[in-house]
Design a protein around this ligand. Structure first.
Ligand code: ATP
Length: 308
């Protein structure tokens, strides 16, 4: 189990992380969700042992990890950290990059392991290609495979799918997270992709300005965001004043009503989203967003009811 307690941390006098106290059970997958610059990468770097934290501790199974001031080579051997810059070797093949940390003493085992990893990241066809010839997304897939090659106990992923196109991303995410679960590899992912956090985590920690503002299961966080900021990570958000009360509602919680209700909306625009339309309207001089299965024309009037 990982235990992290950080009273505060900054690169300069400015505080970047504060009041963090959490643990991660073996085999679980935590997502740290937050906007750019809120401190996600900094936290991963501290856990891995790249940054020294004066006011705090990081421990693994009750052993304190001492960090870069005490280790000749920064970073713990049982942890792998996949940084945003993949740190690959450009002039050797994909297969050799993936096998970089695998022993050459058991060549057959090494070969089989590389083949297995190539399949996890759907890069088998590129095994012999030099990394410098790959696209950004392909490099990211190689870096992912290399990070799990030696089965770390703890895997830290920093925006692991940011360069990978939608077409491959879903299959790759399913493959990777299923593999980590099977091998009971504990994983912390830093991301600003709420869809990924919702679908693949056991727990989401919402980070804002260097601290966690809400921690919960994906379902609970989505259904009960503590404020408009948290909710806005998951969808457009409506803050409606009705009968003197402010209600925080997501677009799917508003439905078209045949009856005249308190929410009379004038349509501004319909956005096609594939399986539904997101419709923008005006209610009480405020924008309101709701989902429908057909588009509406600008200027149409209709009523909405709340369906929570
Ligand atoms: N080496 C550094 N020296 C000084 N300040 C830094 C350094 N690295 C990061 N920072 C600052 O620390 C804050 C947190 O940065 P961090 O990279 O942890 O955010 P992040 O949430 O991971 O952002 P992103 O999603 O864009 O990667 C930012 O204000 C950033 O400018």
């Amino acid at each position: 189990m990982l235990n992290v307690k950080i009273q505060h941390f900054g690169y300069t006098e400015e505080i970047v992380l504060k009041n963090l106290d959490f643990s991660v059970e073996k085999g679980t997958h935590i997502s740290i969700l937050g906007e750019s610059g809120c401190g996600k990468s900094t936290l991963l770097k501290i856990i891995y042992g790249l940054l020294h934290v004066e006011n705090g501790t990081v421990s693994w199974d009750d052993n304190e990890l001492l960090g870069p001031n005490f280790n000749l080579v920064p970073g713990e051997p049982f942890i792998k950290y996949l940084a945003q810059d993949f740190d690959l070797m450009p002039y050797i093949s994909v297969a050799d990059n993936i096998g970089k940390h695998l022993s050459r003493r058991f060549m057959q085992h090494r070969k089989e392991r590389i083949a297995e990893l190539l399949e996890v990241v759907a890069m088998t066809a590129f095994a012999e290609v030099h990394v410098k010839l790959l696209s950004g997304g392909q490099k990211q897939r190689v870096a992912l495979a290399r990070a799990i090659a030696k089965e770390p106990e703890l895997l830290l992923l920093d925006e692991p799918f940011s360069h990978i196109d939608n077409f491959r991303r879903n299959a790759l995410r399913r493959n990777l997270y299923a593999y980590l679960k099977k091998e009971e590899i504990t994983c912390i992912t830093a991301t600003h992709d709420s869809e990924e956090a919702l679908s693949f985590s056991d727990e989401i920690k919402m980070m804002r300005d260097g601290t966690f503002i809400q921690t919960d299961t994906p379902e609970a966080l989505f259904q009960n965001p503590k404020d408009a900021y948290v909710a806005s990570f998951f969808s457009d958000i409506n803050e409606l004043e009705i009968d003197g009360k402010t209600l925080l509602l997501m677009p799917h919680q508003l439905k078209i009503s045949e009856d005249e209700t308190a929410i009379e909306v004038e349509i501004l625009k319909s956005y096609f989203k594939g399986s539904y339309y997101l419709v923008e309207g005006i209610f009480n001089n405020e924008k309101v967003y709701f989902n429908t299965n057909k588009a509406f024309e600008k200027g149409e009037d209709l009523f909405l009811k709340i369906d929570v």
